[in-house]
Design a protein around this ligand. Structure first.
Ligand code: SAH
Length: 241
């Protein structure tokens, strides 16, 4: 098998590829730009009922994925240099920089949690890198694993049509992207900004950059601060600018 490779470890293997099989990712899948397989966690369960979970040591709500079952599933995968990621709201926050880092490698093994938690010992012993897709709690890791895979695969060469559209995107420049418009020229009384139909590419470029800066400043002060610091030396900056 060629290309970037994702292995999903999940109790719900039928969920894959799901949205990853549609549109540009789906066509890249068909062209072997990337590939995936799914390890059914249940297949590594114990006994007649293929049990994968048990009650938490020390008591409390919910069930915990057993370390021995999780490890058996993990150990059944040929890692081939790929990092082992544990989907977890406690993990480091996934972002575009991590997407680039993962996309540059051979792929990833993505462990999709369920229940209250996974036994800590398997995280420690198997050196799982805990990754979160945001400060909210999902019911399971499958959607998180799909989100991470989608962000990585669309960075692979030949997945997104024009690679320029990747370069100008939100986060790639340290800014959010400028607004876009298309026909009709007037819609519900609202016109496309004149500058975009002026044909003056220099001014259009500047307008887009200014819009991106303003949008980032208004919506994402956390992104704007490092951007401002990178373009304006501290000494030249107005105090409250
Ligand atoms: N009790 C846990 C949440 C369990 S949610 C806690 O408080 O931290 C069940 C599973 O969903 C998790 O094991 C994880 O695999 C997945 N999940 C939930 N939220 C996530 C997030 N923000 N990012 C990545 N995975 C998440």
């Amino acid at each position: 098998m060629t290309g970037w490779r994702a292995t999903f470890i999940s109790l719900f293997p039928d969920l894959f590829p799901g949205p990853l099989g549609a549109s540009i990712l789906g066509s890249a899948l068909a062209r072997d730009v990337w590939g995936f397989d799914v390890v059914d966690l249940r297949a590594h369960g114990l006994g007649k009922h293929r049990t994968v979970d048990d009650t938490p040591a020390g008591g409390g709500a919910g069930m915990v994925l057993r370390a021995d079952v999780a490890a058996a599933a993990i150990d059944s995968v040929a890692a081939e240099g790929r990092p082992l990621l544990m989907m977890s709201p406690r993990g480091e926050r996934f972002d575009q920089a991590m997407a680039h880092q993962l996309a540059a490698g051979p792929g990833a093994i993505l462990f999709c949690g369920r229940f209250e938690a996974i036994d800590q010992r398997v995280i420690d012993r198997r050196g799982m890198r805990e990754v979160s897709i945001g400060d909210f709690v999902l019911a399971g890791g499958e959607v998180a694993a799909m989100a991470i895979t989608e962000a990585c695969v669309r960075l692979l060469p030949g997945v997104v049509g024009a690679s320029a559209s990747l370069v100008e995107e939100s986060f790639e420049t340290g800014l959010l992207e400028h607004p876009h418009y298309t026909r009709p020229h007037v819609w519900e009384g609202a016109s496309i900004p004149d500058i975009l139909t002026s044909g003056d590419h220099k001014r259009i470029e500047k307008w887009r950059k200014d819009q991106a800066v303003e949008l980032t400043k208004a919506r994402r002060p956390d992104l704007y601060a490092p951007f401002r610091n990178s373009v304006t030396p501290a000494a030249d900056r107005p105090r409250n600018g």
